[in-house]
Design a protein around this ligand. Structure first.
Ligand code: ATP
Length: 370
């Protein structure tokens, strides 16, 4: 949250009921979002959910079927891409292959009629920003993927856009370089304070880079929130399953009292009890979402009368930092529970077919109604 306190105006970029149809097919379905000045905002969703189409509407490459886009008080409708104070960095970087690094960065500035000395100063400033000064005379094919990306970023930022659009910015990089570049990109964007909307299908990328994330599905925004809100407080089954791993237990609210509810989950022998300001009505069908790291594995039966289940270990998957236990309950369903491996003895005392108890805190689960 402290990271977000430095951000400016709440509604710097306003997307108001933007809809995009292609021959009657709804790719973006009345999306409304307010994005803060200086914010890095991620549109996250599976292939085909409409995230690129929305980004292209912002850039001006697509005209929304209806709805408005207002940036810093200025209506974008009717402005062609080159007249918008917006720049887009593509996954393929789209650097001009026959031009050097500095010519690539200078290109847009020259086109705008900037004086030669000013162009040179700006190019130098941008090269320093992305730490590519040494490579000014090289051509794109003489650069690594990460270096090409830095140049593409410098070129996108040279004109000082009010809005930077990133389309799968790490798409062309391998995994290790990706995580390094993610932090580097965030660092540069934050230093300049430029507002940024990025599109990605990679949840890790969205989580590490963005101040806030919108989860998109079939043209809809399912949830908007900070990375930890999205992870800790998913608002529906779709988001809970899309981000990270989750155990979803279907059940019914048995008892609804002030600040806590009791849920009967047919797959569990014991009642589940949730104790943090949730509301619902008796008999309501809900899902209890439990992240694997919230579930504790033990040999002994926990003293608590609720929030527990017994079962047998069917599989232990080792992930280095932690192991995931797959535990089959008598009802037939399988739950995942994580165990941190910082103390190897903790997971070493368990093996396949062991009878174990799973338990979790009153605060651990999230109740989902949709
Ligand atoms: P990806 O990650 O694969 O690019 P996406 O979430 O960005 O997916 P979009 O590219 O926005 O999805 O596409 C959303 C839907 O709109 C898809 O079903 C796509 O087939 C459709 N679509 C996109 N552009 C057009 C077009 N020009 N004409 C017709 N349909 C289109």
């Amino acid at each position: 949250a402290s990271k977000n306190e430095r951000l400016g105006a709440e509604d710097y970029l306003r997307i108001e009921a933007v809809r995009k149809e292609f021959d009657g097919f709804v790719a973006v379905d009345d999306v409304s979002l307010k994005i803060r000045q200086g914010e890095i905002f991620a549109l996250l969703g599976a292939s085909g959910c409409g995230k690129s189409t929305l980004l292209r509407c912002l850039a001006g490459f697509e005209k929304p079927t209806r709805g408005r886009i207002v940036l810093d008080g200025q209506e974008m409708d009717g402005l062609p891409p080159y007249q918008r104070p917006i720049n887009m960095m593509f996954q393929s970087y789209a650097l001009f292959p026959h031009m050097t690094v500095e010519q690539n960065i200078a290109f847009g500035l020259k086109q705008d009629g900037m004086a030669k000395a000013d162009v040179a100063r700006k190019v130098e400033e941008m090269l320093a920003l992305v730490q590519m000064g040494k490579y000014a005379r090289r051509k794109p094919h003489q650069l690594s993927g990460g270096q090409q990306q830095r140049v593409a970023l410098a070129r996108s930022l040279a004109k000082g856009p009010k809005l930077l659009l990133l389309d799968e910015p790490m798409g062309a990089l391998d995994k290790k370089l990706r995580s390094q570049m993610q932090l580097e990109l965030v660092n540069i964007i934050e230093r300049l304070g430029v507002t940024c909307v990025m599109v990605t299908h990679d949840q890790e990328e969205a989580m590490t880079m963005a101040h806030r994330i919108a989860i998109m599905d079939a043209g809809w925004i399912r949830q908007v929130g900070t990375p930890d809100e999205i992870y800790e407080q998913p608002n529906c089954r779709f988001t809970a399953e899309f981000i990270g791993s989750v155990n979803l237990l279907e059940g019914r609210i048995e008892d609804d009292e002030k600040d806590f509810i009791t849920i009967r989950v047919p797959a569990l022998e014991h009642l589940a009890y949730i104790g943090h300001g949730v509301t619902g009505f008796e008999g309501q069908e809900v899902a209890l979402a439990l992240r694997p790291e919230k579930i504790h594995v033990s040999k002994e039966e926990p003293a608590q009368p609720h929030n527990k289940a017994r079962g047998s270990i069917e599989e232990i998957a080792y992930f280095g930092s932690h192991s995931v236990f797959h535990v089959r309950l008598p009802s037939g369903i399988r739950l995942m529970a994580n165990m941190i491996n910082s103390r190897r003895w903790a997971s070493e005392q368990f093996t396949w077919n062991d009878q174990v108890w799973l338990s979790w805190d009153d605060e651990a689960g999230v109740v989902l109604t949709s």
